[in-house]
Design a protein around this ligand. Structure first.
Ligand SMILES: C[S@@+](CC[C@H](N)C(=O)[O-])C[C@H]1O[C@@H](n2cnc3c(N)ncnc32)[C@H](O)[C@@H]1O
Length: 253
């Protein structure tokens, strides 16, 4: 594990006065994204689920309908016993994908739903996305966390706050530019948004091939760039029920 991963796997501490989690108060602490994820599980009823970054297992536990729920985290901090469908892998996501066959771990089944919430630096999330997409099928849905940062401090690449989105927001402009074939929907779930990605292509190599130039161009971008592009990002926003209504039509093409 490298230094950035060591910092990300540290347990959360209560925030300082400048910590957005403390400033934004109870609405943020309630972490409404669990409600959105719970509803997404009801809508999709995934038979198979994969989550990168499970921490205490709270979002993993929402995969109750799944026959198999894979959880990947180098330092899981599970607070209660996991459900019988859970398979926990104490690896970084890069280590996991380099050493495991996802389909085999899913008992030969297709992957229905994946939630990417591991290392909060955009280049890691892009790698996670590409690795998950490689084992996707036409019906797979990938959900990304933290693409709507709440402020500059918690969106910086260096973690200094308990609520830390890092610069994961850069994944949205990267996918829009390099993968216009994907269907992105932003759900403004508190505190920092969810992005639903459909129309995956397991054969796509675009992100891998462009990774060096993407990192060079996007790493220096600061929070000001996000603020300028926030409006354009929100063009892709919808509530979950509207997204669900359009899903069958999108799948038929
Ligand atoms: C924000 S927490 C996940 C929260 C969980 N998904 C939830 O909503 O309840 C991020 C987790 O990512 C894990 N993590 C950090 N680096 C990682 C990596 N390279 N691969 C996979 N997980 C990683 C951390 O250990 C931490 O538990």
């Amino acid at each position: 594990m490298n230094a950035a991963e060591q910092r990300q796997t540290k347990p959360e501490r209560s925030g300082s006065a400048t910590d957005p989690l403390r400033r934004l108060g109870a609405a943020v602490r309630s972490r409404g994204y669990y409600r959105t994820l719970r509803r997404l599980h009801e809508i999709l009823a995934p038979r198979t689920y994969l989550e990168i970054g499970i921490r205490k297992g709270d979002s993993l536990a929402l995969a109750a309908s799944a026959a198999v729920a894979i959880g990947i985290d180098p330092k899981p901090m599970l607070s209660k016993p996991t459900a019988s469908n859970a398979k926990i892998f104490a690896f970084t996501s890069d280590e996991f994908f380099a050493t495991h066959d996802v389909r085999a771990e899913l008992g030969g089944r297709d992957l229905d739903l994946a939630f990417i919430d591991g290392m909060h630096l955009f280049e890691y999330v892009l790698r996670d996305f590409a690795n998950v997409e490689r084992c996707s099928s036409p019906g797979t849905v990938i959900v990304l966390h933290d693409c709507l940062p709440v402020d500059e401090l918690s969106a910086s690449r260096e973690r200094t706050t308990s609520l830390w989105t890092g610069d994961v927001w850069k994944v949205v402009p990267v996918l829009r530019r390099f993968r216009p074939d994907l269907n992105l929907t932003i759900v403004d779930a508190s505190p920092s948004g969810l992005v639903i990605v459909e129309g995956l292509d397991p054969a796509s190599t675009v992100l891998d091939e462009s990774s060096a130039s993407i990192v060079e161009e996007f790493t220096p971008l600061g929070f000001g760039h996000f603020e300028k592009t926030r409006k354009g990002m929100l063009e892709f926003a919808a509530d979950l029920e509207t997204w669900a209504e359009g899903r069958d039509g999108r799948r038929r093409g």
